[in-house]
Structures are given as structure tokens and as C-alpha cells.
Design a protein around this ligand. Structure first.
Ligand SMILES: Cc1cc2nc3c(=O)[nH]c(=O)nc-3n(C[C@H](O)[C@H](O)[C@H](O)COP(=O)(O)OP(=O)(O)OC[C@H]3O[C@@H](n4cnc5c(N)ncnc54)[C@H](O)[C@@H]3O)c2cc1C
Length: 405
């Protein structure tokens, strides 16, 4: 079946906090923008019962409500949305290609915001009970169904303990399996103190999951004590696993640079090593993975993508000048020597009306300087027939006149 092709300025892969924020920036910059989301618009945050640390919401907000606001704001700026799974990408040429089952999307820039997925314990029987069969990763989704039941939480990080506390509002008992010694947890101190005082929470220290058991539906989690090897069967209705996340980067293997753990590597402008491809949010290698930082990343990536597209257009139209002669003066506006030559460049422009002259301030357009291969400032680059003919970084009045001779 021949795939349909659609063109966009920017395609964003993933509709979580990072993707929606990048979409708001791109949409507001009047770029034709598409967000592709494979499961739930709003991403991981929608699974979170209460977000108390996102600024601007002093009374907290449910993850779902917060993400609905992000989505609404992106829609306001005419961002397009498609609910489907990105199967593959091709970033080898200037036009970036993102493919879903039915459509081939072509874009000037792509922003990867594919986030992460829950890490599994890999214990025996786990695959048999995932999701609706007793193993859950979402307290918000499954809390009510566990009213007056006994449940287990695996993990002791912020997510495990905060979601565990939330689950005590519904469940009769919340058993928490912690792999560390008694009293040691990975979560923040406030959550730890609250959890330790909560009469519905009981901690099983030094344990990991050995096996999940049940008949069609989970009924027992067998824990193993790491010190004594004792096996501890705990009857539960649901087991919530919160032991971290793995990045959704399978489709970017051998395409984008990533860490050993599979997180995408970017610089502070969210640029990957491929011009025009950006990554933002939990999918990239970074210190703190939260909604607030996903938003910051998304804003930078959206802005950087807009700048990249503007620079690409300027490079094509003005600097390559449709194959006709063109002179680029690459300078730094805050440097006196750089500024001194601006009047000479102006004189040159009057004398050579057949040559298109561009002044490129690296502070505003360092991407153009990179495209022209300029590292020393100020520099002059003479281009003709879409090729760099001459480059001079040791400028004087004479060299400006001579560059086109
Ligand atoms: C239980 C829990 C509690 C949390 N509590 C808090 C909290 O209190 N405060 C806080 O600030 N943060 C919290 N976080 C972290 C926060 O949810 C994340 O940091 C944030 O959601 C990251 O946003 P993101 O856009 O980078 O990624 P995600 O939200 O993971 O979004 C990525 C999206 O990309 C989609 N996607 C992936 N691959 C593809 C593909 N191939 N094609 C199409 N779509 C794709 C996914 O379906 C997903 O929707 C919590 C997380 C969890 C799990």
C-alpha cells in the first residue's frame, strides 16, 4: 500500500508535557506543527494523582487536569494532533521523515519527546499479570478499584511512596517492598515521614520480587529477603510497580546518539547531533525528570526548532541566493573590530549591486555561522553557484574589496 505523504514545518513525537510545550512554542510561532501521540495525550503526568510541585498551582492539581490545560493551550495555537504510533524515522537528509503505519510525514524539523515507560521487575510470572490482570503502574487509574483491598507497592522512590500514600485513601492495607535496610528509602524526607506515620502502610525491608502468582489474576506476590533469601508470600489484589523508567528510544537506535541506558544526548539547546532534530523531556539524559523540567526543555526545543527553520530558510534564499553571487559578513555585534567593518561592507554593497550582501551576527544566528564553517570572527564568505568560493578570516579593507576578484 502506497503511504500518504503529509508535510509540516515541525513534527513532534510524543504528546506529554515536553511535547505539548514544544507544540505551544512552535504553534505560536505560526509554524505548521504536528504532535503524534501513541496512547494518551498528556503523557505520563496524566497517570499521576496529584502534582504538588508544578509552579502556579498552590493547591496542587491532578496530572490529568494539568495536562488537559497544556493540550487546550496547544490547540489554541493551531497545533495539529494525530493519535498513532511512530514506527520509524529517517533523519539522513535535509527533509526529516517520520513514518506511522499509514502516513509518511515530512518535516523541516523534528522534536523527539517520547518520554519513558515503567521499568519492570523481570520476576517470574510478571508478563502474565500486567495491567488489567493485577500489576499496575498507575495509582490514579486503579485506586478506586482497590477500595478496601490489600495491595502492594514495589519501590521506595518519590513516585512509589507518594503514590503509596495516595493509595491508602482507598486500600485497606498497602504493603511496601523496599530493597534497602530498615528505615532507608530513596524518596524525599517529607514523603518518608508521612509514609512512616501512615497506619495503613507496612514496610517489608530488604526485599525484591521473586515471583508473581495467581490463577488468571494476580493473587500473591512472593518477595525474597536479600539478606536471608527467605521467601515471603504476600496475598494482594493488585501490585503497583514504581521502580523507575526506561526511555522510549527503540526507534532511534543507530539514528541518534544515546547513553548506555538509552537516553538521548542533547546540548543545552536540546539539539541532538543531527541538525534539525531536537529532543526534550524525560527521553533525554538529564539530572531531574519532572513536569517542570519537561516544560523547560520543551520551550527550548520549540524555540530552537523555530530558529533552525528560520536560519535554514535564510541560508537557502539569501545566502545561497539561488546560485547567484553572495557575500556573507559573519561578525559579533558586541565586538568593536567586527562593528568597524560594517561601514566598509556597506560601501562594498553599493559598489556591487549584483552581489547579495548578508550581515550575520553570531549572537543571533550562530547556526548560520556553523553552516558556513566560520569559527573566527569577523569572517567573510563569498558564495557563488551554491558553493563557498572563498573564505577570509583575516579581514582588512583590501581583502573585502578583493574577495570577489
Ligand atoms: C507515578 C509518577 C508520579 C510522578 N509525579 C510527579 C510529580 O509529582 N511532579 C512532577 O513534576 N513530575 C512527576 N512525575 C514525572 C513526570 O510525569 C514526567 O517527568 C513528565 O511526564 C515527563 O514528560 P515528557 O513529555 O518528557 O514525557 P511523557 O510524559 O512520558 O510523554 C511521552 C509521550 O510520548 C509518547 N510516545 C512514546 N513513544 C512514541 C511513539 N513512538 N509514537 C508516538 N508517541 C510516542 C508516549 O505515549 C507519551 O505519552 C511523575 C511520574 C510518575 C510515573
Amino acid at each position: 500500500m502506497e503511504k500518504k505523504t503529509e508535510q509540516y514545518d515541525v513534527v513532534i513525537i510524543g504528546g506529554g508535557a515536553a511535547g505539548l510545550t514544544a507544540g505551544i512554542y512552535c504553534g505560536r510561532a505560526r509554524l505548521k506543527t504536528l504532535i503524534i501521540e501513541k496512547s494518551l495525550m498528556g503523557g505520563l503526568a496524566t497517570y499521576t494523582n496529584e502534582i504538588e510541585n508544578y509552579p502556579g498551582f498552590p493547591d496542587g492539581s491532578s496530572g490529568l487536569e494539568l495536562m488537559e490545560l497544556f493540550h487546550k493551550q496547544a490547540k489554541k495555537f493551531n497545533v495539529n494532533f494525530k493519535m498513532t504510533d511512530v514506527k520509524s524515522v529517517d533523519f539522513t537528509s535535509e527533509v526529516k521523515v517520520v513514518e506511522t503505519f499509514r502516513v509518511r510525514y515530512e518535516a523541516k524539523a523534528v522534536i523527539v519527546t517520547s518520554g519513558g515507560k515503567p521499568r519492570l521487575t523481570n520476576a517470574k510470572g510478571e508478563a502474565e499479570f500486567l495491567y488489567d490482570k493485577g500489576i499496575s503502574f498507575c495509582a490514579t487509574c486503579d485506586a478506586a478499584a482497590n477500595t478496601d483491598k490489600e495491595i502492594m507497592v514495589i519501590g521506595s522512590g518519590d513516585a512509589a511512596i507518594e503514590e503509596g500514600i495516595f493509595l491508602t485513601k482507598f486500600a485497606k492495607k498497602v504493603h511496601v517492598s523496599v530493597m534497602h535496610d530498615t528505615g532507608k528509602m530513596d524518596c524525599n524526607e517529607i514523603a518518608k515521614a508521612d509514609a512512616m506515620q501512615n497506619p495503613k502502610m507496612s514496610f517489608i525491608w530488604n526485599t525484591v520480587v521473586e515471583e508473581f502468582n495467581g490463577n488468571g489474576h494476580l493473587d500473591t506476590v512472593v518477595l525474597r529477603n536479600l539478606k536471608t533469601n527467605e521467601l515471603i508470600p504476600v496475598p494482594v489484589d493488585t501490585c503497583f510497580i514504581f521502580i523507575g523508567y526506561l526511555p522510549n528510544t527503540e526507534i532511534f537506535k543507530d539514528v541518534l546518539p544515546m547513553t548506555k541506558a538509552g537516553y538521548l544526548v542533547t546540548n543545552e539547546k536540546m539539539e541532538t547531533s543531527i541538525p534539525g532534530v531536537f529532543a526534550a523531556g524525560d527521553v533525554r539524559d538529564k539530572f531531574l525528570k519532572q513536569v517542570a523540567t519537561a516544560v523547560g526543555d520543551g520551550a527550548i526545543a520549540g524555540y530552537a526548532a523555530e530558529k533552525y527553520i528560520a536560519e535554514s530558510e535564510m541560508f537557502e534564499m539569501q545566502i545561497l541566493n539561488h546560485g547567484r553571487p553572495s557575500l556573507a559578513y559573519v561578525y559579533n555585534a558586541i565586538d568593536a573590530t567586527s562593528r568597524a567593518y560594517l561601514s566598509v561592507i556597506e560601501g562594498f554593497e553599493h559598489e556591487h549591486p549584483d552581489i547579495k550582501v548578508s550581515r550575520i551576527d553570531v549572537y543571533k544566528s550562530d547556526g548560520l555561522a556553523r553552516r558556513l564553517g566560520v569559527s573566527k570572527l569577523p569572517s567573510l564568505v563569498y558564495i557563488n553557484n551554491n558553493k563557498i568560493i572563498r573564505k577570509i578570516d583575516d579581514i582588512n579593507d583590501l581583502s573585502i574589496q578583493q574577495i570577489v576578484e
